[in-house]
Design a protein around this ligand. Structure first.
Ligand code: HEM
Length: 349
């Protein structure tokens, strides 16, 4: 999910303060228009407050619960095995574009039952708003969503779009704009975030002996995934507004408040030595998926695909080093945390 944030004057930091603010949807509302340069509709359920938020959320939740995602585990495994094998064959390649992004998109193709769209999604790159060029633009995504909506309304869609187009909220079928809002976040939410997680896993394992510790069973896959999620914090912050925007007569320019998930993940009141990546960390209440009513709906997708990716690496006999490494790091105090993997190329040791 890559939301363009309107400048916020205030930032909520620290684990306890964040948890309390993220629960307090009255003071810190999600009723705001993100990405205003490329869209004029709300991402749903992300930019909707309770109680309406709850209606959307409960309608979508059945598609994202753990058992619904686990059903695709064999396909995720085949995708991981094939793409990791291909990645290490032939010429050295970029991890983001040649391994992480294709894997995430093939997995999503299985979950949404849209394998026919995978090549198109990959061609957009990790960020749907820069699918065509470096200039942010919504036309590629919106053209795609409008086309799939038409198919879904004609009853031709045996996939998640068919289900979403026919959802009813308070007895009323969802509108084309609501469809855009839901499908937009389902396509945007699970790309750059998971791509960053998988790329970060490859980056860390190239620099340490942790893959051997995973192979001997000294570290469990599950605790490793939670620690990768904490350290990498793929979505470092999201905005709230102190004045809900829908129907507001006056919108104060200082209404935005940033929720710094990353500050919660490095809070040394909660995490010992937060800047060291400890894959065997026992207690790991990270805030990488947020907290409260808007907690990430795709958390099981991210965790299961990362788990299977890491299991595939562990079960292989592959060991790699980085031939090229260009990373943009966050500003202080998080200067050791990658913000963006500009170029990362791994080759076998
Ligand atoms: C490592 C991967 C991911 C991370 C770090 C992540 C992070 C987050 C965070 C922090 C939020 C809360 C935003 C807020 O409070 O304003 C969120 C919400 C959401 N995420 Fe994710 N996400 C990930 C993967 C996914 C995937 C795979 C999907 C679906 C395909 C997804 C769909 C959503 C949706 C629909 C919401 C809105 C939930 C709501 O408002 O009730 N995310 N995500």
């Amino acid at each position: 999910m890559s939301v363009l944030h309107n400048a916020s004057k205030k930032t909520i930091t620290g684990h306890a303060a964040l948890r309390s603010a993220l629960r307090d949807t009255q003071s810190y509302s999600s009723d705001l228009q993100g990405d205003a340069d490329v869209r004029d509709y709300r991402q749903i359920p992300l930019e909707v407050d309770p109680p309406r938020h709850h209606l959307y959320r409960s309608a979508l939740a059945p598609y994202f619960v753990k058992p619904a995602i686990e059903k695709h585990a064999d396909i995720f495994r085949n995708n991981s095995e094939r793409l990791i094998r291909d990645y290490f064959s032939g010429e050295p390649k970029e991890i983001v574009s040649e391994l992480a992004l294709p894997l995430v998109m093939h997995n999503l193709g299985a979950i949404y039952n849209r394998p026919q769209d995978v090549a198109e999604w990959i061609s957009w790159g990790p960020d749907v708003w820069t699918a065509q060029s470096d200039k942010r633009d919504g036309s590629v995504l919106h053209r795609y969503i409008d086309a799939v909506y038409e198919q879904a309304c004609m009853g031709k869609a045996d996939d998640i779009y068919g289900e979403i187009a026919h959802l009813e909220i308070e007895g009323k079928r969802i509108s084309p704009t609501e469809f855009r809002g839901i499908v937009g976040v389902l396509l945007a939410g699970g790309r750059d975030t998971v791509v960053k997680l998988l790329t970060g896993i490859m980056w860390h394992l190239a620099h340490t002996e942790d893959i051997s510790r995973l192979r001997t069973g000294e570290i469990s896959i599950n605790s490793a995934i939670q620690e990768f999620l904490r350290f990498l914090t793929p979505l470092p912050a999201m905005n709230r507004t102190t004045t809900p925007e829908s129907g507001a007569k006056v919108l104060p320019s200082d209404r935005y408040v940033s929720m710094s998930f990353i500050s919660g993940n490095f809070d040394n009141n909660v995490f010992e030595e937060p800047f060291s990546i400890q894959l065997d960390r026992i207690r790991n209440p990270h805030l990488s998926f947020g907290f409260g009513p808007h907690t990430c709906l795709g958390n099981h997708i991210a965790e299961i695909e990362a788990r299977i990716f890491l299991e595939t690496l562990k079960d292989s006999n592959l060991n790699w080093k980085l031939q090229r490494e260009e990373i943009r790091f966050h500003a202080a105090p998080f200067e050791r945390v990658p913000d963006h993997f500009v170029s990362l190329i791994a080759t076998l040791r």
